[in-house]
Design a protein around this ligand. Structure first.
Ligand code: MN
Length: 315
């Protein structure tokens, strides 16, 4: 997806690593493209990062008509990975490396932007029906921010049942298991589903900053009831996490080691300094170009970057 924040504001993302805590992250509702409702959880004014996770859109739940599907035109990314994970529906990814990949629930699309890539995201031809899912961005550590762009699609992810909950390890590591998807710093992204009410305790690395995105049903943590459609920040310093899930509940556990470096996010770009982001903006204005290429399989127009006020400087 593309960041629709066109306020002209440069968002600085300081690291807010701390002790175990539990607080709701202030999120905002928005509409993407031609009417796709999303909740933008990250970045938030009071929570810029959770580990290396720097962006989180909760897509839907909604119902799409065949003539009003998702259509996010060609747009660029640098310095990050996008993680697309659906609960219901389908999306069609096309990118400047030539990949054209439909994604369905239970499958992972992982795009590594690195030095530069562009892509489009659409509903598959003729698709109609329920649409519900998540798209996250992972900030790449400085030593990997210029890595070569890549795309991978995963249909065989680690899955297990623990204390009655079905867990899928989408990216990273959890409880001695590891997702095959390539990531560049220690992190976790795990989908936890309870068909029946259950309580489970997961071992987690104490050095991981953690968050919980509540996607369906009711979940209790630390004696508090968490609300569906909200993201909660759990801090770090926990060596285990106990979740009490009602029947038909679904949560996403995300987090990782804090990057320990300042991270800047502007539109669809992540970097360590403003010049890097301005260079990417200048390159995108000269579309198509060698850095970002073109999505030849996408029929519509590329997205324009919001204008960047040259007087805006980061400290
Ligand atoms: Mn995108």
């Amino acid at each position: 997806m593309s960041n629709t924040n066109a306020s002209g504001e440069m968002v600085e993302c300081p690291n807010l690593a701390g002790k175990p805590t539990l607080k709701a992250v202030a999120s905002r509702k928005s509409i993407l493209g031609n009417g796709l409702p999303i909740i933008r959880h990250l970045p938030s004014r009071d929570q810029r990062l959770i580990g290396p996770w720097c962006f989180l859109d909760h897509i839907g739940p909604t119902s799409l008509a065949a003539d009003n599907g998702v259509d996010v035109g060609t747009h660029p990314h640098i310095g990050l990975q996008t993680v697309t994970w659906l609960f219901e529906g389908a999306l069609l990814h096309k990118d400047s490396l030539g990949y054209k990949q439909e994604i369905r629930p239970g499958q992972l699309n992982l795009m590594t932007a690195g030095h530069g890539i562009c892509h489009s995201e659409e509903s598959p031809d003729g698709f109609s029906g329920p649409m519900h899912g998540l798209q996250f961005w992972i900030a790449l550590p400085a030593e990997h921010e210029d890595t070569a762009p890549a795309f991978s699609h995963h249909t065989d992810l680690p899955q297990w049942n623990q204390d009655g909950a079905d867990i899928t390890l989408v990216v990273g590591e959890l409880d001695g298991r590891r997702s095959p998807a390539q990531v560049f710093s220690p992190l976790v992204g795990a989908d936890i589903v309870a068909k029946e009410a259950c309580t489970l305790t997961l071992p987690v690395p104490a050095g991981f900053e953690l968050g919980l995105c509540i996607n369906e049903g009711r979940t209790d943590v630390d004696g508090e009831t968490l609300q569906v459609g909200e993201l909660y920040y759990l801090g770090c310093g926990r060596d285990s996490l106990t979740l009490t899930l009602d029947a038909n509940s679904r949560v996403m556990l995300l987090g990782g080691e804090p990057l320990g470096q300042p991270v800047l996010l502007w539109w669809n770009f992540v970097g360590r300094d403003q010049e890097r982001l301005e260079d990417a903006m200048a390159d995108w204005e000269q579309f198509p170009n060698k850095r970002f290429g073109d999505v030849e399989a996408y029929q519509g127009k590329p997205l324009k970057a919001p204008s960047l006020d040259p007087s805006v400087r980061l400290k």
